[in-house]
Design a protein around this ligand. Structure first.
Ligand SMILES: Nc1nc2c(c(=O)[nH]1)N[C@H]1C(S)=C(S)[C@@H](COP(=O)(O)O)O[C@H]1N2
Ligand SMILES: [Mo]
Length: 424
């Protein structure tokens, strides 16, 4: 039987506010990392990885397993950003070979036959105080009822570089343009089924999946293995333990053999190479929901916003920056728009730097958790430089603004991006 969600935890925002208060009041546990220590780390990270800082090029010791041809990817440290021009004509789902990679360290090459998933913690049923771990092997997981769903994985920092190039803000982190997103058809089992099978207690509030990749070192300090708590309400809603991506076994770089897939939320929630899940009767904290993946800065609460959850609304053209078009000819511009709050039902495009706008033709039915493809015809009449702009409105009524509210780590950029092109 599925345990009911405690009533007070039904709404994400209430839950997050409570969580923030607990953290600020020092009532929370963060695996031995104190709040003061996290804030120090945060300051150290801010000083150490300012946007635009050159990183050494990777030679043979690349942290990513799959090939990264330069016409498809821009390498950014341990990460690889998909080029939007490479998505032209790829269909609704991003091919695995083109899917962006965001690694805190290095892709571990794991064997499904050796893989075990351990569930443990105070939120599982058992004698009080007893740590009653439950384990699943790969075949046992595959024997559970399977579900498939199309969903994006998008980094919270996607679009970060536009805080700097469009808005003149200084932010820290990987200087992504708009290619830290991909959409795949994921197949796996519901996390709810696995939690239920493990014996969820009625007091469980958080679950924290943790990756099997190496510990993440920041500012000379190990923050441990990548992990981030999920409120139980989301964990029981639509989260998958995915073992297939677009009909293939999950590739090494994307979490082989099993990853968490948290639809509509920021990418860090979708823990790759999951090895264990703590199920807790107390709210959990890790550096990934305290020092990172919150909004800090003058526009945000002292001590940071609540931990980030849903993605924001964005649009991109399937074009290289600086693409050229012939004057007097008819062209068709293609792009995609998406949101974490619902489907995208309306997109307006401007081909003259934002003066005139017209609606794009949609090529997908708006669906939550994935993008809507669109196109618009364009016959530029005179040679010269211009900007293409696309502005999406989602089914929750959110429209992309002209300016994004800045935060020191450059998360959740949502403003309309000015895409430079030239007419010749
Ligand atoms: N174990 C583990 N899970 C992880 C990460 C990681 O470095 N280690 N990166 C996270 C981040 S920040 C993002 S944006 C997504 C990226 O998923 P992808 O590499 O499959 O595109 O994975 C998330 N899951
Ligand atoms: Mo991310």
């Amino acid at each position: 039987m599925l345990s009911p969600t405690p009533a007070g935890h039904r709404h994400e925002t209430d839950y997050d506010r409570r969580r923030l208060r607990q953290w600020l009041a020092g009532e929370a546990r963060a695996d031995g990392v104190s709040r003061r220590r996290l804030l120090t780390l945060l300051a150290a990270t801010a000083a150490g990885t300012a946007l635009g800082t050159a990183r050494p090029a990777h030679a043979a010791d690349t942290p990513i397993v799959k090939p990264l041809p330069p016409e498809w990817f821009i390498q950014r440290g341990t990460n690889a950003e998909t080029r939007w021009e490479a998505l032209r004509g790829t269909g609704h789902h991003t091919p695995n070979s083109l899917f962006f990679v965001r690694n805190h360290t290095t892709t571990p090459v794991l064997d499904a036959a050796d893989w075990r998933l351990r569930l443990w913690g105070s939120g599982l049923r058992g004698a009080p105080g007893e740590d009653r771990p439950v384990e699943f092997g790969y075949d046992e997981l595959r024997a559970l009822p399977a579900v498939t769903r199309t969903a994006f994985v998008e980094c919270a920092g996607n679009g970060r570089s536009f805080y700097t190039t469009q808005q003149g803000e200084t932010v820290t982190g990987t200087a992504w343009t708009l290619g830290a997103i991909g959409v795949a058809r994921w197949r796996g089992v519901r996390l709810a089924d696995v939690l239920r099978g493990a014996g969820l207690s009625p007091y469980a509030v958080d679950v924290q999946p943790r990756g099997l990749d190496a510990e993440f070192v920041s500012g000379g300090e190990s923050l441990g293995r990548v992990r981030r708590p999920l409120p139980l309400a989301k964990a029981l809603d639509d989260v998958l333990l995915a073992y297939e991506m677009n009909g293939e076994p999950l590739p090494y770089d994307h979490g082989h053999p099993v990853r968490v897939l948290v639809p509509s939320w920021i990418g860090i929630a979708s823990i790759k190479w999951v090895g264990d899940i703590e199920v807790s009767a107390q709210p959990l904290f890790s550096p990934w929901n305290t020092a990172f993946y919150r909004l800090f800065g003058p526009a945000h609460p002292e001590g940071g916003s609540a931990p980030l959850t849903r993605q924001t609304t964005k649009s991109a053209f399937e074009l290289a920056r600086g693409a050229t078009f012939t004057a007097g000819r008819k062209h068709v511009l293609h792009g995609r728009s998406w949101s974490g709050a619902g489907g995208v039902a309306h997109v307006d495009v401007s081909t003259d730097g934002g003066t005139n706008w017209r609606p794009a033709r949609l090529h997908d039915r708006p669906r939550s958790g994935t993008w809507t493809r669109w196109s618009v015809g364009w016959r530029p009449d005179a040679p010269g430089a211009t900007h293409l702009l696309a502005r999406a409105t989602d089914t929750a009524g959110r429209t992309q603004p002209d300016t994004a509210v800045p935060n020191t780590q450059g998360y959740l950029f949502d403003a309309v991006v000015r895409h430079p092109v030239s007419v010749v």
